[in-house]
Design a binder for this molecule. Structure first.
Ligand code: 173
Length: 323
């Protein structure tokens, strides 16, 4: 009897010492982009795979896109633990982390950033400013463009009112545009009412919300590099999840990140063709104009980061360009 009860005490102690990993954790997720559209799709693929491969371990409950939460609130919701995981571009959370506006200035891939220490630095900034773990970056290799309804012949935007987010603000302002900031969900109506002459947006996604109907020209070349990031509330990451759960999320996130990066050149080409087929004409700057266009984008972008994140600008440049 004595031996038996000693055994059961030991058995109980062993059970108590096990991490809670045996229990499935449910995480709430939200996207800053409309469900099913270009910049939600990689995140939704991630959720689907976690729910399939993580059965009994992790479940992600997707509460949706901007109908569930305004895009510019996603960073705050991740920070405060209102959601466990958010999908957002840095431009949507510059209020909390001004340096997030630098992510678009990357000239090396996220895989290279993970190797050169850049990811670690950017993750640290997310930890500190956003109470978030920087799980993945999608959109790598997707440039931004200016789309306009009045023809322009040189890199000069005086007299045009352009819809922006922080992504385009410094660049278009440097070329003299009037700026109106809106969430993506308001672009169609702004075009329809003629309150804007154009908008900034990546090469992918203008068909998602029907903007091709109200768009005459795309200006080439594209500039910058899209960042759409998976952000995990840091308390969730550190305390709510155990090693096995973290490993599952990280593995699938890295796979989605790599697959998205590998796909983007092809998808970009398809979208260019689709735009041309829809009657959107290209205004292509060449020679000196092209150089002015690209130099102004990059220089205005970095000058702004220097202004809002002076202590971080040098390390950010190293992290994102390798220089
Ligand atoms: O809304 C935007 O134009 C924007 O900032 C953005 C950023 C990344 C992907 C798509 C849009």
């Amino acid at each position: 009897m004595k031996f038996k009860s000693a055994c059961s005490v030991l058995a109980l102690a062993w059970v108590a010492a096990q991490p809670v990993s045996a229990e499935q954790v449910t995480l709430r997720a939200v996207s800053g982009f409309q469900e099913g559209t270009s910049f939600s799709r990689p995140f939704e693929a991630f959720i689907k795979r976690v729910n399939e491969e993580g059965k009994g371990l992790v479940r992600i409950n997707y509460i949706g896109g901007p109908k569930a939460m305004p895009p510019f609130e996603v960073g705050n919701a991740v920070k405060n633990g209102i959601v466990d995981i958010g999908n957002a571009t840095g431009a949507f959370y510059t209020n909390l982390m001004p340096a997030a506006d630098a992510l678009k200035l990357s000239e090396i891939s996220i895989q290279e950033q993970r190797k050169n220490g850049g990811w670690a630095y950017i993750n640290k900034l997310h930890n500190e400013k956003l109470n978030a773990y920087y799980l993945a970056r999608t959109g790598d290799g997707v440039p931004f463009h200016l789309y306009v309804n009045k023809p322009i012949t040189k890199p000069d935007l005086h007299g045009l009112t352009i819809r922006v987010t922080p992504v385009y603000r410094a660049f278009f302002a440097a070329l003299g545009a009037n700026l109106v900031q809106t969430a993506p969900g308001e672009v169609y109506t702004a075009l329809e009412r003629g309150v804007i002459d154009g908008y900034g947006w990546p090469i992918q996604g203008i068909f998602d919300l029907g903007w091709q109907e109200k768009t005459k020209y795309r200006v080439d070349p594209g500039f910058y590099n899209v960042d759409v990031n998976f952000l995990v509330n840091l308390d969730t990451w550190n305390k709510k999840l155990d090693d096995k759960q973290r490993a599952l999320l990280q593995r699938i996130a890295l796979e989605v990140e790599a697959a998205n990066g590998a796909d983007n050149a092809k998808v970009n080409a398809e979208e260019r063709k689709r735009q041309a087929d829809a009657g959107i004409k290209t205004i292509a700057f060449e020679g000196k104009d092209r150089q002015v266009w690209l130099d102004t984008a990059r220089d205005a972008g970095w000058a702004y980061i220097k202004e809002v994140a002076p202590q971080q600008v040098d390390e950010l440049r190293k992290a994102l360009t390798g220089r």
